[in-house]
Design a protein around this ligand. Sequence first.
Ligand code: DQA
Length: 143
Amino acid sequence: MRILVIHGPNLDLLGKREPEIYGKDTLDDINNMLKEEAYKRNVELDIVQTDHEGEIVTQIGKSSKKVSAIIINPAAYTHTSIAIRDAIEASSVPVIEVHLSNIYSREEFRHTSVIAPVSKGQISGFGSYSYYLALLAAIKVVG
Ligand code: DQA
């Protein structure tokens, strides 16, 4: 089983970026944890971080031939990107949406996810542990 993990804009700044909201773990810490857990479960991971909306669309579009599931933290694009939503809708690959913070307990503009309605499910609010839960969810969904 191969799973694609997509980290959206500014997530390369984790560790330094508002640690009181996003925690102290860096993106490398999160990716290493995911790789370790995936290895234990005999799952292969492709991991990308990009600040660019179009690159996320391209990655989703290319993924259907390569992976069984996608874990995505679309970051700020969660709230705005119809292009990413359309790419997910057009794809046959199940998508797990993940957020470090609880987007529903923050500013009102974060309460809407345009990605959630086309995702298999959403995990939000558990810091870097959200990604661990997303990995388990993705494995379960693929079966
Ligand atoms: C985020 C929440 C978004 O609202 C924000 O723009 C992010 C990170 C999270 O993981 O909590 O960049 O997706």
